[in-house]
Write a protein that binds this ligand. Sequence first.
Ligand code: NDP
Ligand code: GDR
Length: 375
Amino acid sequence: MKKALITGVTGQDGSYLAEFLLEKGYEVHGIKRRASLFNTQRVDHIYQDLHEENTRFKLHYGDLTDTSNLTRILQEVQPDEVYNLGAQSHVAVSFESPEYTADVDALGTLRLLEAIRFLGLENKTRFYQASTSELYGLVQEIPQKETTPFYPRSPYAVAKLYAYWITVNYRESYNMYACNGILFNHESPRRGETFVTRKITRGLTNIAQGLEKCLYMGNLASLRDWGHAKDYVRMQWMMLQQDTPEDFVIATGYQYSVRQFIEWSAKKLGIALRFEGDGVDEIGVIDAITGEDAPALKVGDVIVRVDPRYFRPAEVETLLGDPTKAKQQLGWTPKITAQEMCAEMVAEDLIIAKRHALLKQHGYQAPISIENYHG
Ligand code: NDP
Ligand code: GDR
C-alpha cells in the first residue's frame, strides 16, 4: 500500500486530495496545526476512528515552521509521496504578514526537502510543490506557460518563487523526484471564505436570505483563469506518477473578470445588482456569456460596493494559463467549467444561508459570525 503525506490537509486542496488518494487505496497521512477551535471541518467526513483497526487516514500535529517536527513525522511515516500544499495562501494577507508568509511558504518547503534528504529518503520519496500562477504576477506573455518568465507581485508570490526554485534545485542537485504544479486559481464550495469567488457566493446568498445588505469588493476588473479544485488535485497526483519529474501549468485556458463572477452568481440567484463606486453605476444583471437580460428583480436591489480597503498594494491584473503541456503529456483536461463551478458554489452557499436565516428567524445566533468574513 502506498503512503502519502499531505501538508495543508485541512485546506481546500488537501481535503480533496486526501479523498482522492484514499479512493486510490493509499494510506494517507496529513499534517494539521494545533488550533484553539476545531479546524478539521473539511476532512471530518473522511476521519477514521483511530481505535478501529486498519485505518488509512491519519493526522499528525505539525507546522511548516518547525523543522524537528517535520523531520520526525517524515521519519515515522516514510512516505512514498509528499504533497506540500500547506501555506499562508492569502495574497492580501501576505502584505500584512510578509515575514511569516516567507517562513511558511518559502522556508517551509526547504525544510521538507532538506528533511527528506537528511533522512536518506531522496530515492524513495516523491515530492510535489504547490506552485502558483501568482509567480507570473506582472505578466510577461499571454497566455502563461511553463517557459513564461516570472514577475511576482506580492510577498506571497515572492515566497512561492523561492519554493519553486528550491524544488527545481533539489531535483537537479540530488536527483530527487521533485516537481512543481504551477496551478492557476481553483475554487470549490470548500474554498476559504475570504477568497474572491467564495466571498461573492457567500455574500450574495446571505443577501438573498436577508442576512446581509451589501457586498463590499475590491478590484472588479481583475481577470482570472478559474478551475475546479477537484480537477486540479487529480493532476497533482498524476504529476508524481511519471517516469521523470517535470513542472506543469494547470489551468483551463479561459479567463473571466471578478465582475463577471458576481454577475453569474446574481443571475443564478435571480437577483438584480447595483454596482457602486467603481465608476460605472448600473442596474440589472447581464449574463456575461449570452448577453441576456437579467430576470426580474426579486429581493430588491443588491448593492455591490467597491471599497478601496480590498485593493492590494500591487495587483495581479490578469492571468490566463496555457495547459497544453499537461494536456499533451499527461492527457489531462479539466472537466468542470468556471460557470458550472460558480453554480455549484452558489447552490451550496444558499443551503448554508437558508440554515442561518432559519436560526435567525427563531431567535438564534448563526453559528458563524456573518460579519467576520470580509477579506
Ligand atoms: P488553503 O488556504 O485552503 O489551505 C492551506 C493549508 O495550509 C491549510 O490546511 C492550513 O492549515 C495549512 N497551513 C497554513 N499555515 C501552515 C503552517 N504554518 N504549517 C502547516 N500548515 C499550514 O489553500 P488551498 O487549499 O487553496 O491551496 C493549497 C496550496 O496550493 C497552497 O500552498 C496554495 O498556496 C497553493 N495554491 C492554491 C491555489 C488555489 O487557487 N487554491 C492556486 C495555486 C497554488 P489551517 O487549516 O490550520 O489554516
Ligand atoms: P488570488 O485570489 O489573489 O488570485 O490568489 P483571490 O480570490 O484572493 O483574488 C482574486 C482577484 O480578485 C480580486 N478581488 C478580491 N479578492 C479578495 N480576496 N477579496 C475581494 O474583496 C476582492 N475584490 C477583488 C483580487 O484583487 C484578485 O485580483 C489565489 C490564492 O488561492 C493563492 O494561494 C493562489 O496561489 C492563487 O489564487 C493562484
